[in-house]
Design a protein around this ligand. Structure first.
Ligand code: ADP
Ligand code: MG
Length: 538
């Protein structure tokens, strides 16, 4: 049978280069990645078997073999396997969106270790520890198998192979051991055993080495919080999120009764690079009674909480449920409401009890969460409750409840100004009278702020009021004295006549330092919103 030599796709080659030169200090992760792929393949096989008898398999498992003499390590699964096209498409290229951009940042950045965690290097991480890798695989239901081999350089070989069992095996020819660091030798069974236990204990299929099963296979979300070590949660989080940084907060939920489900959710400690991209992945995996059904499940949380990662295991859904069916399912809608509420209330707790964490959360995800103020009024109150904004009152962001609590006597509105940056807004002439009279003004500088302030009327009965709008009335604002009005009447008339672009020119006591300022008519859009619309091509 002929052997073909093919080139890795350009981006894949770059990533391989990074792996071969091992920019990542924790090489242990390669094993986790292999086991994680094997587990995914087993999930897919189990599901395929449920839907089509011919694809079923008994005894789904992951076997690990170490040959100390030959210095090889093999991870084998009897999962879904790959066809030849799958191998070329999945292993020879990186299909994930944003790859080019991430690689550029990886090369330029010193924090590559962390970035790479966000990116999830996956299969290629094997080239950190191996100088040659052979992958043999046969797709469930297909006749022939495929053998793939590479040294992590620019090319790989691929050929059809007989006698390959269904599933996939990956054999690493390990690099020479580091004399000084014998403990970290991956050709050592003890070491492998320890790594599997540490990183992959919760994998729901048995992982065996010889006749020993190494993992406990307990689904993490089904265990009591107090029984699970933080490290186990962190590992699980890494597996489902591809984020190497530890999660900020863990949320566990369980509903019993007519509709049962368990959920284990994580708030990440920082925003993924694609948070604002349309095709960004959502982070929730759906299980039905421990069987993985699908990931990237958009139906289980509203869009503005798309950064939340985790697992929902529902007891009463059909294993055959499809994405399309999920959108219609009443139970799913119910779960979605509950999860959203729980996430928001968890953040509210952080705001009260762990300000540091809350600030991190809001800095990373606030702009996304605020998108929730634009659609249906469902969670407006809960979102406003956890929002905080820069303010003229100091350097710390303030929440709306705090703002309201310290409003001046006679003040009945929440004053804000939108703009592009804090400096720009603070230096605006509109600010003068408010500063002079000691009114606190919120400084809204996220693009989304322009839009939600139009959509949301009030907080706690206090109306939002832009200080750049013509309508704004300071409670203590005086009208100009008749004497002053008289003195300036002819100037105003002349200005009104001469300046075509403005609707009206008025005398005001609102300014203290600036000679003049532009205000929008009450019903007009703000200058920043105008800009935003223009940028969107409207
Ligand atoms: P990821 O797992 O994040 O998709 P990887 O680089 O780890 O990225 O793997 C790339 C793809 O190769 C996987 O999505 C999967 O389709 C395929 N793959 C890898 N390992 C296996 C395996 N053991 N069995 C079947 N498919 C696999
Ligand atoms: Mg993977």
């Amino acid at each position: 049978m002929s052997t073909e030599t093919l080139e890795f796709q350009a981006e894949a080659r770059q990533l391989l280069q990074l792996m071969v030169h091992s920019i990542y200090s924790n090489k242990d992760i390669f094993l986790r990645e292999l086991i994680s792929n094997a587990s995914d393949a087993l999930d897919k096989r189990r599901l395929a078997g449920l839907r089509d008898d011919r694809l079923g398999a008994e005894d789904l498992r992951i076997d690990v073999e170490v040959d100390n003499e030959a210095r090889t390590l093999t991870v084998r699964d009897n999962g879904i396997g790959m066809s030849r096209d799958d191998v070329v498409g999945l292993i020879g290229t990186i299909a994930r969106s944003g790859t080019a951009e991430t690689l550029r940042r990886l090369r330029e950045s010193k924090e590559s270790a962390e970035l790479i965690g966000q990116f999830g290097v996956g299969f290629y991480s094997v080239f950190m520890v191996a100088d040659n890798v052979v992958l043999s695989t046969r797709k469930a239901g297909e006749e022939t198998g495929v053998r793939w081999e590479s040294d992590g350089g620019g090319t790989y070989t691929i050929e059809t192979a007989e006698d390959v069992p269904e599933g996939t095996s990956v054999t690493l020819h390990l690099r020479p051991a580091d004399e000084e660091d014998a403990l970290h030798d991956y050709a050592d069974e003890r070491r492998i055993r320890e790594l599997v236990k540490r990183y992959s204990d919760f994998i729901s299929f048995p992982i065996t080495l010889g006749d020993e099963t190494l993992n406990s296979m307990k689904a993490l979300w089904a265990r009591q919080r107090s029984e699970v070590k933080d490290e186990e949660y962190r590992e699980f989080y890494r597996r489902i999120s591809h984020d190497w940084t530890d999660p900020l907060e863990i949320i566990q939920m369980r509903a019993e009764g007519t509709f049962e489900y368990e959920a284990l959710l994580f708030l990440p400690s920082r925003a993924p690079h694609d948070l604002y991209q349309r095709d960004a992945r959502h982070g929730i995996q759906l299980y039905v009674k421990r069987v993985f059904i699908l990931d990237d499940s958009r139906e289980l949380l509203p869009d503005h909480l798309r950064f939340v990662k985790g697992v929902v295991d529902a007891a009463d859904l059909s294993l055959n449920i499809s994405r399309e069916m999920l959108q219609q399912d009443r139970h799913i809608q119910l779960i979605r409401r509950r999860l959203a509420k729980k996430v928001l209330s968890t953040v509210k707790d952080l705001m009260r009890n762990d300000v540091e964490k809350y600030r991190t959360f809001w800095r990373e995800f606030g702009p996304a969460v605020k998108e929730g103020l634009l659609d249906g009024a469902e969670d407006h109150k809960a979102i406003l409750d956890i929002a905080s904004f820069a303010s003229t009152a100091g350097d710390e962001p303030v929440g709306l409840a705090d703002y309201v609590a310290r409003m001046k006597d006679g003040q009945d509105k929440i004053y804000y100004m939108t703009g592009e940056s804090r400096a720009q807004v603070e230096n605006s002439p509109h600010m003068e009278a408010f500063r002079a009279k000691g009114y606190e003004v919120l400084l809204l500088t996220d693009p989304v702020d322009e839009i939600w302030v139009e959509a949301v009327h009030d907080y706690d009965g206090k109306e939002f009021q832009s200080i750049a709008s013509g309508e704004v009335d300071l409670p203590s604002e005086e009208d100009p004295s008749p004497e002053k009005s008289g003195r300036y009447a002819s100037l105003l008339a002349w200005l009104n006549e001469t300046l075509d672009e403005v609707q009206d020119v008025r005398l005001t006591t609102r300014l203290t330092d600036s000679p003049a300022c532009l205000v929008s008519a009450a019903e007009a859009i703000t200058p920043a919103l105008e800009k935003l619309y223009r940028a969107m091509g409207q």
